[in-house]
Write a protein that binds this ligand. Structure first.
Ligand code: PMP
Ligand code: GLN
Length: 384
């Protein structure tokens, strides 16, 4: 086994969901919804299977889906994407892997913002990239100009930005995005923008794609996922969108990683991306209600939740909640002794972790949230 993987634990998502299954715990850990998927999109996928959509589709994805992604981004984000600038992948995860394999050469520096989504660092390191870390801290989680100035050098090849941001649930401000864009242009670096949460934004906030900033369209690989847009996380249909030659490089890697993605699901996603605004606002409203219910319940129980601007997640500050334990201890005891799974944030840091914050998923039905809250009260009592 490659030494990088030899000492690596199983991902926190698998670890916590595995414990939740084994112990019968309420799972507010791994981010997946238990309601809200559109029946018509699922119907399309089922119909497509029966109608014979079962053989290899084109390597870059069905034409219908590449067209749908391009027109979706034109309509919702005013981006100038054409169908030949889209490659369909097996989830955003594969789009990230293919992009990193294609773009990072050994010794290239890659700017990463921690807390970071778990896949980034191992993929960058396995590609031979040298991580340069920008550290965010609660409660603001802001990208500081000085931190960017230190992280970017003349060897910077790539920066990976996740916005809206998992696990902090922040949407970066236009000032922060502008700083990042300027740093990319100055360093002549490529931005890999993981925007899988682009539609899960609350309180009237609109997602601003980094590609829309001056000088960025030609240097950005934008990654999206149907899993989050349609609340169907198991489908693993994603994509990368970028101008040539970036998209051609991503396609070269993709053809040897998975080559293609289930064609019936591609057909259904192509149909779904054309849905009208009512679908997207109802989806957001459903999750915003879950967010509010969880926040109110947490506050009543004496926890200190941090604001959740987007994603399926809300974080709580343990120290501010009067809990002296670190996040890993809290989460391990909460799942084993109180029957509720959560995710410790420290695992998303490569160094110098923040250890007093845990993440909860609120994309759940009211009954599940209420039961989760009652178990969180029990977990809190363990540390009284
Ligand atoms: N990036 C981020 C920030 C995510 O939160 C997730 C999954 N929640 C992914 C990538 C992976 O997306 P997919 O399931 O489409 O591979
Ligand atoms: N993105 C999901 C989360 O943040 C998990 C995805 C996975 O389990 N790999 O919870």
């Amino acid at each position: 086994m490659h030494p990088l993987f030899a000492d690596m634990p199983t991902t926190i998502f698998e670890h916590m969901s595995g414990l939740a299954r084994e112990l019968g715990a309420i799972n507010l850990g791994q981010g997946f919804p238990d309601f809200g998927w559109p029946g018509d999109v699922i119907g399309r996928a089922a119909d497509a299977l029966r109608a014979g959509s079962n053989q290899y589709p084109p390597m870059r994805g069905l034409a219908a889906l590449r067209e749908a992604v391009a027109s979706h981004y034109r309509r919702h984000q005013d981006l100038d994407v054409t169908p030949d600038q889209v490659v369909v992948t097996s989830g955003a995860t594969e789009a990230l892997a293919a992009s990193i394999l294609a773009l990072v050469e050994p010794g290239d520096e890659v700017v990463l913002i921690q807390p970071l989504y778990d896949a980034y660092l191992p993929l960058v390191q396995r590609a031979g990239g040298v991580p340069r870390l920008v550290r965010l801290t609660p409660p603001d989680w802001r990208i500081a100009e000085e931190a960017l100035a230190t992280a970017f050098t003349e060897r910077t090849r790539l920066v990976i930005l996740n916005n809206p941001h998992n696990p902090t649930a922040r949407m970066f401000g236009e000032d922060e995005l502008a700083l990042l864009a300027e740093a990319c242009v100055r360093a002549d670096a490529v931005a890999l923008t993981d925007e899988v949460w682009e539609h899960v934004a609350f309180d009237g906030r609109r997602h601003v794609p980094l590609a829309s900033l001056p000088g960025m369209a030609e240097r950005t690989v934008k990654v999206g996922s149907a899993g989050k847009i349609f609340s169907l996380t198991g489908w693993k249909v994603g994509w990368a969108a970028a101008p040539p030659p970036l998209i051609d490089a991503v396609a070269r890697a993709h053809q040897f990683v998975t080559f293609t993605t289930a064609p019936n699901l591609q057909e259904a996603v192509a149909y779904g991306l054309g849905k009208d605004e009512a679908y997207f606002s109802a989806m957001r409203a459903g999750f915003a209600a879950g967010r509010d219910r969880l926040r109110d319940g947490l506050e009543t129980a004496g926890f200190a939740p941090l604001p959740a601007q987007g994603t399926y997640f809300m974080t709580i500050d343990l120290a501010a909640s009067g809990i002296g334990a670190d996040d890993v201890t809290f989460c391990e005891r909460a799942v084993r002794e109180a029957g509720v799974a959560a995710i410790p944030l420290s695992v998303f840091y490569a160094e110098d972790p923040v250890t007093n914050v845990v993440r909860l998923c609120f994309a759940k039905t009211d009954d599940v949230l209420d039961e989760g809250l009652s178990r969180l009260r029990k977990a809190r009592a363990l540390f009284a």
